[in-house]
Design a protein around this ligand. Structure first.
Ligand SMILES: [Zn+2]
Length: 378
């Protein structure tokens, strides 16, 4: 067994503490304790040590997209986001033809088995195609279709070893039966939906338990029509994603949601292939998008995913939304790990957990990423 240790200020048991010594053996954290000095040979962190970020909704980055359906594309995305502090993710697809969706899922499954050098693929997130045309956002309208249990079964069979999430609109034909059939196997998320408050509450009763990018591509919060957003806020257990880029949701609303449902919010990137690339024109499935001023849009101005990274999302929650770092870190780690069903080994710095760690500088730059005990080389 090879042992090594990391020393410095760290986020442990819900608080930031100075002088923490984290000992790693192979891929796991085996000990976390207070120490006065760094023992010789330990890595002294240049910044605060936090659990590696878990992104449950990410499409691409560094010029590649999970929809490209190739091992190389999957490797490029996972490698890029690891450099931005993401150590685990759910590879996220778009509404696409049966053939393209199958290709994408099978490439994700193959890459996850091979275990590349980047962020670990813990799950698949199917965003569509059983969603609302009226709330399609940048999804390909021609690929949107009624729910199909057989199609979903075939996709699941490609990657039975992974966790599965699926964004669905409750009002679409067959979605209720789909949720009731797969609820123990798949985490269903309400999103890209025109359903009202009552429609979303009903979907939660059928077995849905999550909301995809809260506020975006769903019915909003009005005091007489609480909408999908109201259903999320008033739920006891359902979780919700937030795109904290300062464009998709106003910083004041980011703050409001984080304070209202602090144990139920997961920061996501919803990043597309343009993330980490220069401004310009890129492809999003069958559409062309333009990236400028920190936003990706279709030609009609509709937001088309984001160019956000997890480290930037954390920074924005602190600097734009004015929240303390101690409150923000769990939203990027512990909560999404729970959503993804990996909270027994991801999302915390504690003995028995995977040694997935990120060192964040004062300016929220990633100075080191540890992926199951191995430091990512830059
Ligand atoms: Zn998305």
């Amino acid at each position: 067994m090879s042992y090594h240790s990391i020393f410095g200020r760290a986020f442990v048991a819900g608080e930031l503490r100075d002088g923490v010594l984290i000992t790693i053996a192979d891929q796991q954290i085996i000990d976390v304790r207070d120490a006065v000095h760094a023992p010789s040979g330990s890595y002294v962190a240049d910044g605060v040590i936090v659990p590696g970020f878990v992104d449950v909704h990410v499409h691409g980055g560094a010029g590649a997209d999970f929809m490209d359906g190739s091992r190389d594309a999957v490797a490029a995305v996972t490698r890029f986001h690891a450099g931005e502090g993401t150590t685990s993710l759910a590879a996220t697809t778009l509404s696409a033809s049966r053939e393209h969706l199958h290709q994408a899922v099978s490439a994700i499954a193959r890459a996850s088995r091979a275990g590349a050098t980047g962020a670990q693929i813990c799950g698949v997130h199917l965003e569509g195609p059983y969603i609302s045309i009226a709330r399609a956002g940048a999804q390909d309208v021609a690929s949107i279709r009624p729910a199909d249990i057989f199609e979903l079964s075939a996709l699941l069979a490609e990657a039975p070893h992974l966790r599965w999430m699926m964004t669905v609109a409750p009002e679409i034909d067959g979605v209720r039966a789909l949720i009731e059939h797969f609820r123990d196997r798949i985490l269903f998320s309400i999103g890209h939906t025109a359903a009202d408050y009552a429609g979303c509450v009903a979907a939660l009763e059928w077995g849905a338990s999550h909301f995809t990018h809260l506020f975006n591509a769903m019915t909003g919060l009005d005091h007489r029509r609480p909408g999908a957003v109201g259903a999320a806020l008033t739920s006891i257990e359902a979780t919700a994603e937030l795109i904290a880029d300062g464009v998709h949701v106003h910083p004041a609303v980011l703050r409001m949601v984080a304070l209202t449902m602090p144990h139920r919010v997961a920061l996501i990137t919803d990043a597309v292939r343009a993330c980490g690339m220069p401004d310009g024109k890129y492809k999003l499935y069958e559409h062309e998008i333009t990236v400028a001023d920190g936003a990706a849009r279709l030609n009609d101005g509709t937001l088309a995913g984001s160019v956000l990274t997890m480290r930037q999302a954390v920074q924005n929650m602190v600097e734009l939304a004015g929240l303390p770092l101690e409150l923000v870190i769990p939203l990027a780690t512990e909560v999404p790990a729970r959503i993804l069903g990996v909270a027994d080994r991801k999302g915390k710095i504690a003995p028995g957990y995977d040694a997935d760690l990120v060192v964040l500088t004062e300016r929220f730059e990633v100075s080191a990423t540890y992926l199951r005990g191995a430091m990512l080389s830059s």
